[in-house]
Design a protein around this ligand. Structure first.
Ligand SMILES: Cc1cc2nc3c(=O)[nH]c(=O)nc-3n(C[C@H](O)[C@H](O)[C@H](O)COP(=O)(O)OP(=O)(O)OC[C@H]3O[C@@H](n4cnc5c(N)ncnc54)[C@H](O)[C@@H]3O)c2cc1C
Length: 362
């Protein structure tokens, strides 16, 4: 097989790059280790309920960019959707993101906590510089400890950038974001359209079978960066979630919101999702499906979800990315190759930038 570009991975990053190169007349082939395309955004329809499930956890699309919104709309019609996510602390529901109205009673304690914090070094320190301690303890500490499996003050402070205080009248997950929605026929259908006419070989692990592939001008790799270099600096750590699905065939609804985050230590799962709240499912379908997510540390390369936000792993990922610079015509992009949490819009943006660069260079 002789192609211009071999793309490893049929997730959003690989598929966007493949589409853009192919549209400009480059010969591309995509190889994908899993038995389906779409990477982490893959979804499927549960039988017998007919409920659409996001296999790798709920994926809510959002972007502030007009251009990116136009781009994704070429591959799917989108239904506007603003997810409502709540936190259950063991006693009551709270808004997520934290809302100013709810934390106002604790704000006096916040200034006390602030004066005690001298340096913003850890995740916990950073959180306490914006949230009252009571609120941090109730809503963030337990959830974060369960999610990462270590005490939060050992996590990198950058992780706290995702914690914001909402002061608007919009109580959805990403208040005031310009575009928020889901592909009308699901992500699977959107990804099929994006890859239409491009050769995609599934169940093909590039790292195991690269000798079977012929010459090409360039390689775009979207898999884990440590595996690409055979873990020469050691394995990068991830945290993932085991998903346990419950089909309640005689229930109409199982929970009041699409997603509930559990911040109390007693509950072992961290999130519960009821898929029927997402647009696209007929609410009169048979029963409902609820999914509970239990965090764990994976040692299997198929289920790598969140890069581990501590100094050691960030430094190790830098070593790999530096090593990559010595590889000729090899580009590493995407959440696994860059060892970085990327929202879908950021992943698409990065992919578009790389594809444009490749097209400009050749
Ligand atoms: C639990 C979770 C929830 C998320 N929710 C949201 C959300 O609500 N909103 C949002 O905007 N973003 C969300 N994201 C982020 C979103 O998943 C990413 O932006 C997106 O997956 C990035 O796509 P990617 O192509 O870089 O990576 P991936 O989707 O992981 O694609 C990489 C592909 O490469 C393949 N691959 C790896 N190694 C090899 C190999 N050796 N040979 C062949 N193929 C290989 C993999 O099988 C995979 O299909 C979430 C992420 C997680 C983990």
């Amino acid at each position: 097989m002789k192609v211009d570009y071999l793309i490893v991975g049929a997730g959003l990053t690989g598929s966007v790059i493949a589409r853009m190169l192919s549209d400009q007349g480059r010969e591309v082939v995509v190889v994908e280790k899993r038995d389906h395309i779409g990477g982490n955004v893959f979804d499927y329809t549960h039988s017998p309920s007919g409920v659409r499930i996001h296999k790798y956890g709920p994926h809510y699309f959002r972007t502030q960019s007009d251009d990116l919104w136009r781009f994704v709309n070429k591959y799917s019609e989108f239904v506007e959707y603003k997810p409502i996510v709540k936190i259950w602390d063991g006693q009551r529901f709270w808004h997520w993101p934290v809302h100013i109205e709810e934390i106002a009673p604790f704000l006096l304690q916040q200034s006390a906590a602030k004066t005690q914090t001298t340096m913003e070094i850890s995740f916990e320190d950073s959180c306490l510089s914006i949230l009252p301690k009571n609120v941090y303890n109730k809503l963030i500490k337990g959830y974060t400890t369960k999610q990462w499996g270590i005490i939060p003050n050992r996590l990198h402070s950058t992780l706290a950038s995702r914690i914001q205080i909402n002061s608007s009248r919009d109580y959805s997950l990403t208040p005031n974001c310009k575009y928020q929605g889901l592909p009308k026929e699901g992500y699977g259908s959107m990804m099929n359209k994006m890859l239409a006419g491009i050769e995609v070989i599934t169940c093909f692990d590039y790292l195991q079978r690269k000798d079977e592939l012929g010459p090409r001008k360039g390689l775009v790799y979207t898999g884990p960066i440590d595996a690409y270099f055979n873990f020469s600096f050691g394995k990068l750590r991830y945290r993932s979630q085991r998903r346990v699905h419950h089909y309640h065939k005689n229930m109409i609804w199982a929970q009041p919101y699409v997603q509930i985050n559990y911040s109390n230590y007693r509950t072992k799962y961290i999130r519960a999702i009821e898929w029927k709240h997402l647009p696209g499912t007929n609410h009169n379908c048979k029963g409902t499906v609820q999914t509970f997510e239990y965090p764990f540390s994976p040692d299997n390369g198929d289920i790598l979800e969140y890069p581990f936000p501590d100094d050691q792993n960030i430094a190790r990922s830098m070593q790999y990315l530096k090593l990559l610079q010595s590889e000729k015509n090899v580009y590493a992009r995407g959440r696994l190759a860059e060892y970085k949490y990327l929202d879908m819009d950021a992943a698409i943006d990065n992919a578009r930038l790389l594809a444009s660069r490749i097209l400009r260079n050749k």
